[in-house]
Design a protein around this ligand. Structure first.
Ligand SMILES: [Zn+2]
Length: 304
């Protein structure tokens, strides 16, 4: 049986993260992961417009709480370096979603690395001090943004281009010395949405050795009538354009207010594996999409 790795969820920043180990009413908690769930990327998104001057403080509190939970739970561990992948535990990788919290200072990325963050999305939807977001004015990297890219490369912090503007996307692909990820997006040519990747972007991502996690959000897939087969269609399209090795899962569990029909939470990932088989994917290909590709990408791009 294939193991699963999911490139994005928002479960770490829910109001009571303790529920990750006691069981939540949301879309993901550790109790509901199936036995073959190998790793999960946990995004840390806090809206700067809500937290304002308290943003950094709140982020540090969220990170501290999450680390405490993961480190004290016997079947989970933080994913910090390549060799951690060999551990027989559920691995949690902490990722910043938006660098607003670095307050315009690229050098602060190092502090977040020390805390345990191993990836950073440059923006959420809005433009910020570093880069343009997909809901902004299609601005690209700022001067400080270029410095940040260099810093993230140097630290082996993986750059996430989900939510990036088209210009940011192009400039980072051109500038980054390391492969990048798009942790939770879908395909623009199947459903025109600003959060989805065009075929050209999928090709550029693949040439860079990057990976795209396909998002489960009906609004990105096709609208409210989406079901599991629509996730399969987006995976299939991304595989056709970017290649079988460059596509994985990016569920967005607990970051989205509705799920496709048939998908009720992380416990239903085996249904997606089954639907890929139904589509004609061989067992080895299903294994790559469900987790093998993320495994290879993380092994290649995490620090020693
Ligand atoms: Zn997001």
């Amino acid at each position: 049986m294939a193991f699963f790795i999911d490139g994005h969820c928002d479960s770490a920043v829910l109001p009571n993260p303790q529920k990750l180990i006691t069981g939540s009413a949301g879309q993901l908690d550790f109790l509901r992961l199936t036995a073959n769930h190998k790793a999960q990327i946990f995004a840390f998104f806090l809206n700067e417009r809500k937290y304002k001057a308290k943003l950094l403080e709140e982020m540090l509190v969220k990170a501290a709480l999450f680390k405490q939970i993961v480190n004290n739970c016997e079947f989970t561990d933080l994913l910090l370096k390549k060799s951690d992948l060999a551990k027989n535990k559920v691995l949690a990788l902490m990722s910043l979603e938006g660098v607003e919290v670095l307050l315009g200072r690229p050098e602060l990325a190092e502090i977040f690395f020390d805390i345990g963050f191993r990836a950073a999305g440059l923006t959420w939807n809005n433009d910020n001090w570093a880069a343009g977001g997909c809901g902004g004015n299609n601005s690209g990297l700022t001067e400080a943004g270029y410095v940040l890219i260099e810093k993230l490369n140097e630290l082996d912090m993986i750059i996430d281009l989900a939510h990036a503007s088209p210009k940011t996307f192009r400039e980072v692909i051109k500038t980054s010395k390391k492969p990048v990820m798009v942790s939770h997006s879908c395909c623009f040519s199947l459903h025109e949405h600003r959060r989805n990747l065009t075929n050209e972007q999928l090709r550029l991502l693949a040439e860079k050795g990057g990976i795209c996690g396909i998002n489960f959000y009906p609004e990105f897939l096709k609208g409210s009538t989406a079901n599991i087969e629509d996730i399969v269609e987006h995976i299939h399209h991304a595989v056709n354009i970017a290649g079988l090795e460059q596509v994985g899962l990016g569920s967005d569990f607990d970051g989205i207010d509705e799920l496709p029909g048939g998908m009720n939470g992380v416990q239903d990932l085996p249904k997606l594996a089954e639907a890929l088989s139904q589509k004609g994917y061989a067992e080895a290909a299903v294994a790559k999409i469900m987790g093998g590709n993320w495994y290879r990408f993380l092994r290649d791009n995490l620090p020693y």
